[in-house]
Design a protein around this ligand. Structure first.
Ligand code: ADP
Length: 943
């Protein structure tokens, strides 16, 4: 054993890889040396000095009972804290580390949200490991369109998520880094333990850190080894568990085994509450990548606030478990029509039964978080009050049934949700707890915890205890009477034990049997032999009660822990009832309607609204129709006219329908989607100093690779991060690709008016525009004349509002006028023609129509015969014909000799030749983007 207390501390610290150690020393937990300084700074704790063997060390301590909040504060700041407890030995006491509290294994959280610990394992390459729980819908299959052979050195990954506070355990796989980030963003883990191949990959770790704010912790590589992990999982869930849930591939099993091993090693003691291995893969879920979750502001806004998110808007849950479940539903929508109809049925029933619903919610308010209580019982950290909470929550079940009885809900589909509750088992456990527990127990196990009538031994002790106390209570009066004394009280304290206190004036008249033990200012304290005898008896009773009641409580807690499966399932059902009531509440209060699940490919919304924006604005509803023949809408309209809102509204209505909610619309027919993909103006990335164009292209690339015919794609401006012609070309090609190959339902808002001509060539493309009332004025009209109508109409806008914006922005009149002329001319020229059409889907080159090409030779469409007459010939005009609201980039690819006809630099001609040769539909977007950047660079170099 170490020689001094600080040495002992330092020796223990050397044993652990935790960031901080706290060591029990009697009634305190102490931090020493550097740890004391860290804690002192972080938590504003007083740091004193402790000398030990001639050296002096900083020391900071907290009383034993106060440790939890301090550890919580440290863990919240991302520290992993080892706790060493003191125990008795034959020759004094010793200490050992009993727990390592980490952000992902902290049990006593006060945060209502789920607290996930994640493990990540990486496979050796894209094809070495089958995907388990994957979408299984051929998403990655190569349909000869080049989408399946994505070069992906990153994946696949196996992932396990465990919430020790509720015992939830989920295993899944991610095909690539983007899917990995989506899973992480969705679960928002407090702590991540990366496997061996992941922890060495700085770029990947960087990507993970960008997706979530988390603590990265290391764990032994052995825990991730396939054989070891498989054993761990089997030990936990039983022999057949893996096969039972179809888990065969190594990756998720390695992640699962490592997660279990990590939890075990931290000593959290909750493994027994992790009873269910969930692998609900993504086959029945809607794919939502991290970007989309963020863009649609599902759980937080782009600005990072929860206020204004979809979750915050529709959340009327009254329990924390309900809030957690609603969040889960929103971030993992369903594709299973039967499950969704079940939820819609229940919401419909609840929405139409206001009184019964209010009653249900009132009753639910009395429910505590059963999943968390189960974990506390299992880990042995539940005290008497936690078990009382279990009792009281189980008592909610019959009251829920009563709230429904005799109401329209009784025969409604909602009743089936109630029926899933195992009320008999719950009632048994409830009465057991009611019989055993005293009504107002102390916070920790011991005397006063057990109710009367539960245990004969305790009953007898209580009776004797009460008799003894009664005797004491009457003692002062009896002594007064018997010895004719005044000012007599009987009390007890730590140092004196029980005593009789007599006022100074009467103290001389006490009988001889009184033995004085203390003189105070105005009184004296005495004891008698009889009192001492009673005192000894009371102490004996108290000790016996303490021991017996703690023993009984321990047994009771074990019996509760043994029912943790029941508690978890009841807890989940209560949470589900809470969520269904919440959805019904919102639907009823905001006039939402039940969506109809329609054939795939349909999205037919009548008078739809944006679920969040409608809360704060006088919202103008809009229709939206997408189907087999009309799968791609190009949305045009001026800035701020409501294009984004209209498109997000479509995505959110679809998403709401697919979590089981009603939707903000007069009517909605929705074909279920397998994924929602979005790409919107990347403000936040701009702020982070990342190239917007690169990010934009990565997002576009991900969509083009991942979306399927059953997906919904929202594109809010594509190509604005680069020069106008690049941008149009990319947007144009992406449209053709989405329309011809992917065939996803798409809404595409664009500034490039040129794109509206695509509707003439591609059969399923249609134009809509958001109307404004400009009083019939022209592009150069006064800005004040435009009134936003928020109304979406068929057809393209009748002009580009980019020039109008230029006008509003104060660009001089001659420039604006000239820009208008140029624009008209460009439109007449129609230099772009769409490629594809019905015949184009098979690929090949051309399909009879012309490739989308801009002739850069004169920086414009100058190759038409009569270049002199109306072609742009001033620099001013070239500045005004592109969207002014773009981010100011992209001026550099206009050659300086625009409008002139002298010979071009050979290097630039080479670029032009390459550009003309490139096959836009056959080139992967990212490669296209890279090449465009390279061309820009080369053109720039020549200027
Ligand atoms: P855009 O994408 O065309 O620039 P947004 O969709 O961002 O325009 O909308 C701009 C603002 O207009 C939004 O902040 C919103 O408050 C308001 N708005 C959008 N659509 C509607 C609508 N249908 N009814 C009322 N206000 C709307």
């Amino acid at each position: 054993m170490a020689t001094g207390i600080v040495e002992e501390f330092l020796a223990l610290k050397a044993e652990t890889d935790a960031d901080l150690l706290t060591m029990q020393c009697g009634d305190f937990y102490e931090f020493f040396a550097e740890d004391a300084e860290t804690v002192g700074e972080e938590l504003d704790l007083k740091v004193s000095q402790k000398s030990s063997h001639g050296s002096s060390y900083p020391m900071a301590g907290v009383p034993i009972d106060d440790l939890t909040p301090y550890v919580r504060a440290l863990v919240d700041r991302g520290y992993r804290v080892a706790v060493a407890d003191q125990y008795e030995t034959d020759d004094g006491h010793a200490r050992e580390i009993t727990r390592i509290v980490t952000p992902g294994t902290f049990l006593e959280t006060t945060d209502a949200e789920a607290q996930y610990l994640a493990t990540i394992v990486r496979g050796d390459g894209p094809s070495t490991d089958g995907r388990t729980g994957g979408r299984g819908d051929g998403k990655a299959a190569d349909a000869g369109d080049g989408r399946g052979d994505r070069d992906d050195p990153d994946g696949p990954f196996g992932l396990a998520f465990v919430d020790v506070t509720t015992g939830r355990f989920r295993v899944t796989t991610a095909a690539d880094a983007a899917e990995l980030r989506a899973e992480l963003y969705r679960h928002d883990p407090a702590e991540i333990v990366p496997g061996p191949a992941v922890r060495e990959d700085d770029a990947l770790l960087e990507g993970i850190r960008e997706a979530v704010e988390t603590t990265l912790s290391l764990h032994t590589s052995e825990a991730f080894a396939p054989g070891r992990a498989r054993r761990t999982v089997r030990d936990q869930f039983g022999e057949g568990a893996l096969e039972g849930v179809g888990l065969e591939s190594d990756l998720p099993i390695r992640a699962a085994g490592a997660a279990l091993a990590y939890v075990a090693d931290t000593g959290a003691g909750v493994l027994a509450s992790i009873t269910r291995l969930r692998t609900d893969g993504d086959a029945d879920r809607v794919a939502l990548d991290a970007t989309t979750q963020r863009n649609l502001e599902l759980t937080e806004t782009i600005r990072g606030t929860s206020d204004g998110s979809l979750f915050e808007t529709v959340d009327h849950t009254v329990t924390s478990a309900g809030g957690r479940l609603l969040r889960e539903w929103i971030t993992r929508p369903h594709r299973d029509a039967a499950e969704l109809r079940r939820r819609h049925d229940a919401v419909e029933a609840l929405a139409g039964a206001a009184l019964a619903r209010d009653e249900l919610r009132d009753v639910l308010e009395g429910a505590y978080d059963l999943e968390r209580l189960a974990a506390r019982a299992t880990s042995g950290s539940a005290g008497p009050r936690q078990l009382l909470s279990v009792r009281d929550t189980l008592a909610v079940l019959p009251r829920l049934a009563e709230a429904v009885d005799g109401t329209p809900l009784a025969d409604s589909p909602f009743a089936t949700v109630l029926e899933t509750l195992d009320r008999e088992a719950a009632s048994e456990l409830r009465s057991e707890l009611a019989d055993a527990l005293a009504d107002d127990p102390p916070s920790s196990a011991g005397q006063g915890v057990i109710a009367r009538g539960y245990d004969a031994e305790v009953d007898e002790l209580i009776e004797r205890h009460e008799a003894a106390n009664e005797w004491l209570d009457g003692l002062a009066d009896r002594e007064k009477r018997r010895h004719d004394l005044s000012h007599v009280t009987v009390d007890r304290n730590k140092t004196d034990g029980y005593y009789i206190q007599v006022g100074k004036s009467a103290a001389d008249g006490v009988p001889d049997a009184y033995r004085e033990i203390k003189t105070l200012k105005n009184s004296k304290r005495f004891v008698t032999e009889e009192l001492r005898e009673r005192e000894r008896e009371i102490l004996r009773i108290e000790e016996a009660r303490e021991e017996r009641e703690a023993e009984l409580f321990g047994e009771l807690r074990e019996r509760v822990a043994a029912r943790s499966g029941l508690l978890q399932s009841v807890g989940r059902t209560l949470a589900e009832i809470d969520v269904l009531c919440s959805l019904a509440e919102h639907a009823a209060a905001n006039d939402w309607t039940r969506p109809t699940i329609a054939e795939p490919g349909t999205l037919d919304i009548e008078a739809g609204r944006h679920p969040v924006v409608e809360r704060t604005t006088d919202f103008v509803p809009n229709d939206l129709r997408l189907d087999e023949d009309r799968g791609f809408l190009i949305v045009t309209g001026p800035n701020m006219s409501g294009k984004s809102t209209y498109m997000r509204q479509a995505a959110l209505i679809t998403l709401l329908a697919q979590i089981g909610s009603f939707v903000p619309a007069r009517s909605a027919r929705i074909g279920l989607v397998d994924g929602i993909y979005t790409r919107v103006g990347a403000l936040d990335e701009l702020a982070q100093g990342r190239s917007t164009f690169m990010v934009e292209m990565q997002e576009l690339s991900n969509i083009l690779h991942s979306a399927t015919e059953e997906s919904l794609v929202i594109l809010d401006e594509v190509g604005r991060g680069t020069a106008t012609y690049d941008g149009i070309s990319i947007a144009w090609a992406a449209t053709e690709y989405l329309h011809n190959r992917v065939r996803a339902r798409t809404l595409f808002a664009t500034h490039y008016h040129e794109l509206t001509t695509l509707a003439d060539h591609l059969p399923r493309v249609e134009n809509v525009h958001v109307a404004v009332d400009d009083g019939g004025t022209d592009a150069d009209a006064d800005a004040g004349d435009v009134t936003f109508l928020w109304t979406v109409r068929e057809g393209p806008t009748d002009r580009s509002y980019g020039v109008h914006v230029a006008d509003i922005a104060g660009v001089p009149d001659p420039v604006v006028d000239r820009a208008g002329e140029v624009l008209d001319r460009l439109r007449e020229e129609k230099a772009i023609e769409a490629r594809g059409g019905e015949g184009g889907a098979s690929g090949g080159s051309g399909g009879g129509t012309t490739q989308a090409v801009f002739d850069l030779s004169a920086g414009s469409f100058a190759d038409e015969p009569d270049a002199g007459s109306g072609a742009p010939d001033t620099d001013a005009s070239s500045d005004a014909d592109r969207p002014v609201a773009s981010d100011g980039r992209g001026d550099h690819d206009r050659t300086a000799d625009r409008g002139s006809d002298h010979a071009l630099d050979p290097d630039i001609e080479a670029v032009i030749a390459e550009l003309t040769d490139v096959d836009v539909t056959e080139t992967p977007p990212l490669e296209l983007a890279t090449r465009v950047q390279e061309w820009q660079q080369r053109v720039d170099d020549e200027k």
